[in-house]
Design a protein. Sequence first.
Length: 280
Amino acid sequence: MSTNQTKAQRRDAARAEALALQKKQQASEKRNRVIVLSVLALAVIGLVVAVVLILTEGQKTPMEKVDNVPAGVVQDSGIPVGADGAAGTTNEGAKTLDVYVDYMCPICGQFEQTNSASIAEMREAGDITLVVHPVSILDRASQGTEYSTRAASASAWVADKAPEQFSAFHDALFASQPAENTAGLSDEQIAQIAEQAGVPADVAAGITDGEAKDTFEEWVAASTDAATSDEALFNAQGSFGTPTVLIDGERFEGWQAPGALSAAITGEEPSSEPSASPSE
């Protein structure tokens, strides 16, 4: 029998080869369509996810966008202080004394001079949990150095990194408070005050090199935004000012009289009062 293919056989072989090639091309085209459609579907899903994330991010409050919040913070912006003076601690069953302060605010300085001793006494006795809310409404009054933000950020830094020294540092900032409408204290001076208050040198170094501000200025800004937009904190003039003082969530306006704050908390009789208006 001859091994040579007949013309018909060659034609059939060529037809089979062409059919096989056609099927191979069709399979390849089908695979490519699946890949293209899969890529398009993933792109659409990615676009939908991106839109949802953008919309969700846009609905967040400034505080919800903050990456770094000091350890132990309550009410988003409050640094609680219990009997031992450490940040992040509370006195169980005690009244809550919220104080909103700007470290350049001269009226906050007056508040501290009038009330810091009695606040410390009540805190150490377990009568109150002090909750400090550092805000920065007076950056405009520091000749462009943003002293209020830098001091509040340093306060948050100490609360986070050296909580045992927070109360001493807070008091020391007011003891060395610069005058309004000056450049305020430099970062190096704030760090020196921190070390003098017992803050470890390596923590204070974070104030000097600006790490404290870089870490917590966003939190300070969000805290300030929350305070200045919260009508529950507004004064009789319809605006937010410092100091703002709350006892168990209720505004207390009579802090200017020596003994008045402790009387409102413990029932002791106050002495008579000088007056001062809060910074706005």
